[in-house]
Design a protein around this ligand. Structure first.
Ligand code: SF4
Ligand code: SF4
Ligand code: SF4
Length: 313
């Protein structure tokens, strides 16, 4: 019998679960021999309140390993997360939504009323419609990362996380050893050519292709930041590199920061502004600075902009 494992998803897109499938051939021994999956709404029907709804409290079976994806956006998410914490010996936050708020935490950049209006009452949804308030879990004041609500034993960021790292975490737990995961920044795994501080003083939006010769190996392309594009590589945790280059850079596209900050509690926006300023780049040339927090808006990093009150004499 394998190690009992429970999986849950909160405010999530299921991309993290697809990343588990993308482990590939190694997944077969994991799910047929190593793990005994006792609860996974993405894979199997398991009712929270008993098969006929007879239960009075939400219940998840006990498990040694718990894996949670998604941010914490409503009261049901808190209930599910707390039950996972109670029932799982080791709880893993899988994916940047779970570790840093990710995409759902983009909502933290505006007030709730504005969000509901945009979600439920726009021309393309239901103009003039009501915001639902019956049988819908009450939203929280903002979207939280899992570790803001319960103790998390292991954070595995990425949007989606790297399948090889998911497998490494599972095998390390089974072998009772610490996982071997990258601890550096995207830049540290990037083979592009860096020529020093370069001649960039202002950044351009990525509306034109980077400069490279078609077919040219990635290590012959000049660093995208040195080409004048906002590339979040210096302040983003490594983990996406495959075949010798970070995923976006291999596609000749700047890093958007989807693995979250290099340090768990780092602020990608402030760290990036510091990096730009210390390279002589005008930070005001970045059109939307808050977009640097597009994957790490939990932990109070992304907040609604206060409206300016203009005093009239
Ligand atoms: S981290 Fe990315 S892939 Fe995973 S649930 Fe969030 S948005 Fe989806
Ligand atoms: S800034 Fe971007 S392109 Fe330059 S080295 Fe870092 S990850 Fe690579
Ligand atoms: S290069 Fe940056 S945005 Fe692209 S996958 Fe890697 S961490 Fe994510």
């Amino acid at each position: 019998m394998g190690v009992k494992t429970a999986m849950e998803w909160l405010s999530s897109c299921s991309g993290c679960e697809i990343a588990i499938l993308n482990i590939g051939e190694d997944l077969i021994p994991i799910i047929t021999e190593a793990l005994d999956i006792v609860h996974a709404p993405v894979l199997m029907d398991h009712k929270y309140f008993g098969q006929t709804g007879e239960g009075l409290t939400l219940e998840i079976p006990e498990a040694t390993i718990g894996i949670v994806s998604g941010g914490v956006a409503n009261e049901e998410h808190i209930e599910v997360l707390e039950e996972m914490r109670k029932k799982c010996t080791i709880l893993i936050a899988l994916g940047t939504c779970a570790t840093h708020g990710g995409i759902p935490a983009l909502m933290n950049g505006q007030d709730r009323a504005q969000s509901w209006k945009e979600i439920y009452q726009t021309k393309t949804t239901d103009p003039g419609g009501e915001v639902p308030n019956v049988e819908v879990p009450a939203p929280l004041d903002r979207v939280y990362a899992c570790d803001e609500k319960v103790k998390i034993d292991l954070q595995l960021p990425g949007c989606p996380p790297n399948p090889a790292h998911i497998a490494e975490v599972i095998f390390s737990l089974l072998e009772d050893r610490p996982p071997v995961l990258p601890g550096k920044s995207v830049c540290d795994t990037c083979p592009t050519k860096r020529e020093g501080k370069g001649d960039v003083s202002k950044l351009r939006r990525f509306l034109t292709n980077a400069e490279f010769e078609p077919g040219e190996p990635i290590d012959e392309m000049r660093c995208l930041l040195e080409q004048g594009y906002l590339c979040m590589g210096p302040v983003t945790a490594a983990g996406c590199a495959r075949n010798g280059a970070p995923s976006c850079i291999a596609a000749r596209v700047p890093c958007r920061g989807c693995f979250g900050p290099v340090r768990g509690a780092g602020n990608q926006m402030l760290d990036m502004m510091n990096a730009l300023a210390s390279n002589g780049i005008d930070c005001s040339s970045v059109i939307d600075r808050r977009s640097m927090l597009r994957f790490s808006g939990a932990h109070g990093m992304l907040r609604p902009v206060k409206k300016m009150v203009v005093k009239e004499d």
